[in-house]
Design a binder for this molecule. Structure first.
Ligand code: AMP
Ligand code: GLY
Length: 427
């Protein structure tokens, strides 16, 4: 079995790690991979956004399956091109990937499927957007419609902040052409939760819910990022809640996409707000979450590879479920100096060998000419730990994060603080 894994972040390292645990005999080629993935698989340089080059690589390597990690190649139609070449692929078509690549498309699908989400209006014209802001109560949210790696969102506490966000997105065009369309959205109050469901287009199997930490700084302060840490399980997210999310959110969304002629196959990620009125959608993503994947895969006892291969080959996954081990996992992201606005690259990294229960996933790392490990992206490393309890996992994740050194290292020391607070309240 030969598998092509597209991507080179912490999520892809965790996927490769899990696939090899599921079947140590498979051969994984990662494009482009990273130095951590290179320790367990073969890395081949490729531009992941050059779909033709990826298809060519898949063909020349005669891979049995292709798994696409990031959203950008999916939004560009990589899965469609691979399918046209009869190469099994895990990942949605370009049309289905719009659930992530266009926040307005996602809102339309949700409206048609009666899926609970924040009320939103769509604008390209600055004057009209300004007028809309005045009609929304503060706090309110301004979002760029297209892909912006979680950074095209401003949660405005006041109308002035919202006006400034509208101006920067539409007038100064701060996010390039991605800022040309915006949503003005109602603010939702509550705790956030990430739920992944793997779908064959018709059936969907939920994974273990987890919680990401989007803000850069402790106490959920600072700018939004791609995600600074995650943990699982989340005590609040019991089986009843997962069942409710599946029946009120995931299944109606998948059903509506089927009816629209763009069935979603792959991983549907629901970013949720647990409001007083129940779970509502903050956003959908069309791929595994990063860094949530680095927290949940170490807890997955049953095979991920089997489910992914079934979906890629067009087989039904009806009746499938995942088995999880007891305990908890925490992942702490180590980000580069300057992240998220202008991450610096090339800082030398020193680190020890992880202890039992600790796993270090590489995200933005590279080898310098002399072979030294250096920073090469915004999120550099993910320090994951699995423990019998949440508290143990949290301590071990931080211990691993603290033992790694590079200039300007940024991390959150409070990953899972809500769970700690719950633990403290527990009898
Ligand atoms: P998104 O890229 O849409 O996931 O937004 C990034 C982050 O902004 C989310 O994880 C939330 O923390 C916050 N956010 C987005 N939309 C809302 C909303 N309607 N109400 C409250 N917070 C939001
Ligand atoms: N953790 C957020 C994301 O993957 O988009």
């Amino acid at each position: 079995m030969k598998l092509l894994l597209v991507g080179g972040g912490g999520r892809e390292h965790a996927l490769a790690w899990k696939f090899l645990r599921d079947d140590p005999s498979i051969e994984i080629i990662a494009a482009p991979g990273n130095p951590g993935i290179a320790d367990i698989a073969r890395c081949v340089w490729a531009d992941i956004n050059d779909a033709r080059a990826i298809v060519q690589l898949a063909r020349s390597e005669r891979v049995d399956c292709c798994v696409v990690g990031p959203e950008a190649p999916l939004a560009l139609g990589l899965a469609d091109l691979l399918r046209a070449e009869r190469i099994p692929v895990f990942g949605p078509s370009r049309a289905a990937a719009r659930i992530e690549s266009s926040k307005w498309f996602a809102k339309e699908v949700m409206a048609m499927a009666d899926v609970p989400t924040a009320r939103a209006e769509h604008y390209t014209d600055e004057d009209r957007a300004w007028a809309a802001v005045g009609r929304f109560r503060a706090p309110l949210v301004i979002k760029a419609i297209g892909l912006a790696s979680g950074k095209g969102v401003v949660v405005a506490m006041s109308h002035d902040e919202a006006f400034a966000a509208v101006e920067s997105m539409l007038e100064a065009n701060r996010f390039g052409d991605k800022g040309a369309e915006i949503l003005v959205e109602e603010y939702m109050e509550g705790e956030e939760l990430s739920l992944f469901a793997i779908s064959d287009g018709t059936n969907a199997v939920p994974m273990m819910p987890s919680q990401d930490h989007k803000r850069l700084l402790d106490g959920d302060r600072g700018p939004n990022t791609g995600g600074m840490g995650a943990y699982a399980p989340v005590a609040l997210a019991d089986d009843a809640l997962v069942g409710r999310v599946m029946s009120t959110i995931i299944e109606p969304t998948l059903g509506r996409m089927r009816e629209m002629g763009s069935p979603f196959t792959g991983l549907l990620y629901a970013g949720l707000m647990l409001t007083l009125e129940g779970p509502k959608v903050v956003e959908f993503n069309c791929r595994f979450g990063d860094p949530e994947t680095q927290a949940i895969l170490p807890l997955l006892d049953s095979s991920l590879l089997d489910v992914i291969l079934a979906v890629a080959n067009g087989d039904s996954i009806a009746g499938t479920s995942f088995a999880w081990r007891d305990g908890a996992a925490v992942t702490t992201v180590l980000a580069a100096s300057g992240y998220p606005n202008a991450p610096r690259t090339g800082d030398r990294i020193t680190m020890p060998t992880p202890r039992e229960g600790q796993i270090l996933f590489h995200a933005g790392t590279a080898r310098a000419a002399d072979g030294a490990l250096v920073t090469n992206g915004g999120r550099v490393l993910c320090a994951t730990a699995v423990g019998a309890t949440f508290e143990q996992a949290r301590r071990e994740s931080l211990a691993l994060a603290d033992s790694i050194d590079f200039a300007g290292k940024q991390l959150r020391r409070d990953v899972g603080w809500r769970e700690s607070a719950r633990d403290a309240r527990a009898p």
